[in-house]
Design a protein around this ligand. Structure first.
Ligand code: 8YV
Length: 316
């Protein structure tokens, strides 16, 4: 079962091995429909919007593998999969550069107030050049604070070298010296990062430990001139607290690709000018989305043909 629309080549590849049902109409399925569709299937190619939990697995006795088209896998209960002897896989590596590029799209657009300025222009409000019009934040030579110096965080840090920035980072574990050196990044505490960075960007996976990593207290620790960038996962930032901080000037702006309860957006965001909003597209280049879907399909083929999938998350 392929739960959402995929590229024809992916469909053809999987059809060489299996009898395939695909939701090419791309209408998202609720849990009941998903369980019904998977009840007689052995494998599933799934996305972030499909929740795989104990309740679903109990209705799918034949299921052997669920293969996420995503590097993040907070939609999959790994423990429940292991208990049900279902292999789970993700797509690490293939989206790092593209997601890193989009992080820079958000950084530059937010710092230089691009969305706000374009809206002003489109609304016919521009009546001429003004010295103090849309004054933004300089990115070059600024301090970039990165939460999570994993694969994507490292790409973002390396791109900062071109902007001659000072890069600081915080992570649960300090990175190896060669990584720090390649990224020219200095390890600091969470507090130091929040207090010193002009641009705070988040690259950690979502888990109970990172839920609301950035909330009211953390936003208050940031500089009033600073901006927050989140291309990681909804829930890592407390959206209500962020809206309040953007409204009250606690911080200057935010660039967001992910949201709590997406695709529903907290309506507070839409009333704010100092936020750049994107609909979870950080990995969405043609080449990368193709690679992600193909890698997920390769994981599925391996899992159902007696091999160990290259990106198995729950060895058992
Ligand atoms: C995906 C992502 O587009 O890989 C991830 O974890 O967030 C995005 O790249 C999305 O998750 C689709 O399932």
């Amino acid at each position: 079962m392929i739960t959402r629309e995929v590229f024809d080549e992916v469909l053809e590849y999987l059809s060489q091995y299996f009898e395939v049902t695909s939701n090419q109409s791309d209408v998202p399925m609720d849990q009941g429909t998903l369980a019904a569709k998977l009840s007689d299937k052995q494998g599933a190619l799934i996305t972030l919007s499909d929740r795989v939990d104990e309740a679903l697995l109990s209705r799918c006795p034949n299921l052997k593998a669920v293969c996420n088209i995503a590097v993040g896998y907070n939609n999959i209960d790994l423990e429940a999969c292991t208990k049900a002897k279902v292999m789970a896989t993700n797509t690490p590596g293939v989206l790092d550069d593209t997601t890193g590029d989009f992080t820079w799209t958000l950084i530059l657009a937010t710092a230089r107030r691009l969305t706000e300025a374009e809206t002003y222009l489109r609304n016919g409000q521009w009546d001429g050049w003004k010295l103090k019009q849309f004054l933004g934040l300089d990115v070059h030579h600024a301090t970039l604070g990165i939460f999570g110096l994993g694969r994507i965080g490292q790409v973002v840090a390396r791109r900062a070298i071109g902007f001659e920035m000072k890069v600081i980072y915080h992570d649960v574990r300090r990175a190896a010296p060669d990584i720090e050196q390649a990224c020219r990044a200095n390890f600091v505490s969470k507090e130091e990062l929040l207090e010193q960075a002009d641009i705070v960007t988040i690259h950690v996976p979502y888990s109970p430990a990172t839920h609301h990593l950035i909330g009211k207290r953390e936003l208050e620790q940031m500089k009033p001139s600073a901006i927050l960038i989140n291309p990681s996962r909804g829930g890592i930032v407390d959206d209500s607290a962020l809206i309040e901080a953007l409204r009250s000037g606690t911080i200057a702006g935010a660039g967001l690709d992910v949201f709590e309860n997406e695709p529903k957006l907290n309506p507070g965001f839409l009333e704010l000018k100092n936020v750049v909003l994107a609909p979870h597209i950080a990995s969405s280049s043609k080449a990368t989305r193709f690679k992600m879907a193909m890698l997920a399909a390769q994981n599925l083929v391996a899992a159902l043909t007696g091999k160990t999938p290259p990106n198995l998350l729950n060895p058992f």
